[in-house]
Design a protein around this ligand. Structure first.
Ligand code: 5RP
Length: 240
């Protein structure tokens, strides 16, 4: 499909290429997952062909495969426990706070591990991902261990969510890179994402949830007007 027929792809691409300008020689770069992050992987590979030297830490097996195929060398937390900058997509970005919902690509656990290990988290989205309140459009993906997932679902429902077990295209339960399930939890607009993240995190069987509160440092938003850059106001960074 051409970018005229699908302007969102062009907006994502523009945001991705702008964010990759943050990367400088010698950096350890966290590599995100999803269609927007895919543009960033291509942008990074383009810059490497022009001489940039970096090492990447991918947030999913599929991003690892793509990065490797494009000649981006990878490293691990064993060798580099701190990441200089991570560039990743998001499903919703809350105006003002830059809190996020992530994980509709199913990579939320590794994405959060990579994000909180990063000195800087840059998020790349098209303008349709901006919301006034997290949850107004997207469900919150929650990664749970498969054992007893039905009981875990009940506890998430008790928090007020409508919960669906995510399935793959073949109808089978979706399996994450970590061998877990995803429960998509629809809460509607979320008044206090930090509190909800804490409540979800206390449920036995939950591995991680897709609420990213106080973690994003900068968001690049592509839309018909070009790319806008929003910076989070200074304050404590969650988990860092
Ligand atoms: C994957 C993610 C993605 O970053 C998020 O779903 C956005 O995806 P896309 O860039 O394809 O719209 O969190 O787990």
């Amino acid at each position: 499909m051409s970018s005229d027929a699908n302007p969102h792809a062009a907006w994502k691409r523009a945001a991705a290429y702008a964010a990759v300008e943050l990367v400088t020689d010698g950096m350890i770069v966290g590599i995100g997952t999803g269609s927007t992050a895919t543009f960033a992987i291509h942008a990074l590979a383009d810059r490497m062909r022009a001489g940039l030297r970096v090492l990447g830490i991918p947030s999913s097996d599929r991003s690892a495969v793509l990065a490797t195929s494009l000649g981006i060398p990878l490293t691990t937390f064993a060798d580099h426990p701190r990441i200089d900058v991570t560039i990743d997509g998001a499903d919703e970005v809350e105006r003002g706070t830059l809190n996020l919902i992530k994980g509709h690509g199913g990579a939320l656990l590794r994405e959060k591990i990579v994000a909180v290990a990063s000195r800087r988290l840059a998020i790349i989205v098209d303008g349709t991902k901006l919301v006034d309140r997290l949850g107004e459009r997207s469900a919150v993906p929650v990664e749970v261990v498969s054992f007893g997932w039905e009981a875990t679902r009940g506890r998430l429902e008790a928090l007020g969510a409508t919960v669906d077990l995510r399935r793959s295209a073949d109808g089978k339960p979706f399996c994450t890179d970590n061998g877990n399930r995803i429960l998509d939890c629809r809460f509607g607009p979320i008044a206090d994402p930090a509190r909800l993240e804490e409540q979800i995190g206390r449920i036995v069987g939950v591995v991680e949830c897709g609420l990213f509160v106080g973690i994003a440092d900068v968001v690049f938003i592509g839309d018909a007007a070009g790319v806008t850059r929003l910076e989070r106001s200074p304050g404590p960074s969650a988990g860092r």
